[in-house]
Design a protein around this ligand. Structure first.
Ligand SMILES: Cc1cc2nc3c(=O)[nH]c(=O)nc-3n(C[C@H](O)[C@H](O)[C@H](O)COP(=O)(O)OP(=O)(O)OC[C@H]3O[C@@H](n4cnc5c(N)ncnc54)[C@H](O)[C@@H]3O)c2cc1C
Length: 308
């Protein structure tokens, strides 16, 4: 069922589209087309949950009661590229792969190292997404975001607490971002883009249903022989692999044989299967190394009290 509040589109009992392709529904899902409509969403529920591509998201089987706000609307998909200054103004609902193609075609370097994973610009900024070839914050200069009282803020990169898979922006609703890129040879950039995509395809199960890495790479509190020195960040995938978890399954959820930090799902899987398997993996890694893995994947549930 669809209802409108001053033209704000709200669907009842709506599916929440995620890359796992499983999980529960939203009691109400809003699709704002403007900042004014985003403010209306906040008037309905100031603790609303913001949805990008759902590429880092697991929704519990019972769905969510909080208003879900999808930013993948035309109103948040504008892209303006100035090839002379290298400035790129982009709406938070724009798909990162699309922006990468556009900037590479415009002969601008900076984003091509992020090729090969799904994200909206908003979701990528929140997660400070990235990998071997860089992160979204590397060339970001500004974010424009709404607070939960409906006020807009312009945040310079220096105002934001970016670190590994962290932005500290989760309490805000990201509306747009500005990047500063440098001119470069488009053919070289295309070759780099292909190299990144090939790296991803060879090392991660890109054709299966997942939310990317399930756990964050932990920083060692103390040195562990054969693993790393205290204070260093080590690969969660390596720990999961060495703890013997590759190939583990729980009903429709499996630990990928290609990359142990990816949990993949079959169409009949339940969100509960993923949560249970993640708990089993976390316990095994703790029992083997004494290290507690933190979730990278964001989990939404009906009894959720705070925004992750
Ligand atoms: C096959 C695959 C490979 C992947 N590889 C990588 C990788 O190499 N590196 C990496 O970092 N990640 C990777 N990921 C995870 C995912 O791509 C990133 O985390 C991505 O940034 C998620 O963006 P999203 O738009 O899908 O956000 P969502 O999953 O929709 O949301 C993630 C979080 O961001 C919040 N959010 C989203 N949009 C906004 C907004 N506009 N304002 C406020 N909050 C918002 C949500 O509320 C949620 O808390 C991979 C995922 C898949 C499926």
């Amino acid at each position: 069922m669809t209802a409108t509040t001053d033209h704000l589109n709200i669907q009842s009992d709506a599916p929440i589209s995620t890359w796992f392709r499983i999980g529960g529904r939203a009691d109400r899902l809003a699709s704002p087309e403007s900042r004014e409509q985003l403010q209306q969403c906040l008037e309905l529920d100031d603790q609303c949950l913001v949805l990008g591509e759902g590429a880092n998201l697991l929704v519990d089987d019972t769905g969510v009661e909080r208003l879900v706000v999808s930013m993948q609307t035309e109103g948040f998909k504008s892209v303006e590229i100035d090839p002379t200054t290298g400035l790129v103004f982009v709406g938070s609902g724009v798909a990162l792969p699309r922006l990468i193609t556009q900037t590479v075609n415009a002969g601008l370097t900076g984003l091509q190292g992020l090729a090969g994973f799904p994200a909206t610009i908003g979701g990528a900024c929140i997660m400070n997404a990235g990998g071997k070839f860089g992160t979204i914050s590397d060339h970001l200069i500004e974010v424009h975001a709404m607070d939960r009282a409906g006020r807009m803020h312009g945040l310079k990169k220096s105002d934001i607490d970016f670190s590994y898979r962290h932005s500290g922006l989760n309490h805000l609703l990201i509306c747009s971002a500005i990047f500063e890129l440098q001119p470069a040879d488009a053919a070289t950039l295309k070759a780099e883009l292909v190299e990144c995509m090939n790296y991803k395809k060879d090392s991660q199960p890109m054709n299966e249903k997942s939310a990317g890495c399930a756990f964050k790479n932990p920083t060692l509190v103390e040195s562990i022989e054969g693993i790393g020195e205290a204070g260093t960040r080590v690969s969660a995938g390596m720990l999961i692999d060495r703890a013997g978890c590759k190939g583990m399954t729980h009903h429709g959820a499996s630990v990928s044989n290609l990359h142990a930090n990816f949990i993949t799902t079959t169409p009949d899987a339940k969100a509960h299967d993923v949560i249970e398997l993640m708990n089993q993996v976390r316990s095994r890694v703790f029992d083997t190394f004494g290290i507690t893995l933190d979730n990278e994947v964001v989990v939404w549930s009906r009894d959720q009290e705070s925004i992750q």
